[in-house]
Design a protein around this ligand. Structure first.
Ligand SMILES: [Zn+2]
Length: 183
């Protein structure tokens, strides 16, 4: 029957099977989550995580469950992992901020909220670390010169960081595969 059962075919078959299991596990866990069955949801998300370690949205959902159960420290650990996997994950930034606030750490909470609403939550420039997207939009809408100044500061930071990364690639003699870049 299976005369041409090559290693490649086996890998493809296992990958398809694993992805199918993964999607099924996540769908079941999400259904439990929506229905408020947090224990079942948590078990399902953890099983899915076994197939895809560090998966951003699963880490985020585990964080949301931990927060709902009052385990704020483990919630923050989960949100941190989600953000590490996906730095632009706005919901993870917002929920992380809410957990910090619930823990009675208003200063860190404000920092995290600012991060969540920044022009680019992953950006380390002084504009993104200090101002919210809403404030920048307000400046822009009211034709404030400061809007151009702050946007330029963010853009220059981005260009310089990009060039630093490209120079590092050239020095290393290779360009990492898509999705593996450190920009
Ligand atoms: Zn920035």
């Amino acid at each position: 029957m299976y005369t041409n059962f090559s290693p490649t075919r086996i890998v493809i078959a296992v990958t398809i099977l694993a992805n199918h299991d993964f999607a099924g596990l996540v769908a079941d866990a999400a259904a439990h989550h929506r229905a408020g069955r947090l224990g079942e949801a948590q078990a399902g998300y953890r099983a899915a995580l076994g197939l895809s370690p560090g998966h951003a949205s699963i880490m985020h959902n585990l964080g949301a469950i931990a927060a709902a159960q009052g385990n704020l420290h483990s919630a923050i650990t989960c949100f941190d992992a989600a953000i590490a996997a996906e730095p632009h994950y706005a919901a993870a930034h917002v929920n992380r901020a809410a957990s910090l606030q619930a823990l009675g750490q208003p200063r860190q909470a404000i920092e995290a909220f600012t991060r969540a609403s920044a022009l680019d939550p992953a950006c380390e420039c002084r504009v993104c670390l200090r101002y919210s997207r809403a404030y920048l939009r307000h400046l822009y809408a009211s034709n404030e010169l400061l809007a151009q100044v702050l946007n330029t500061a963010h853009n220059l930071h981005f260009y310089l960081a990009t060039m630093r990364t490209v120079r590092a690639w050239i020095r290393a003699g290779h360009v990492p595969a898509a999705g593996a870049s450190q920009m």
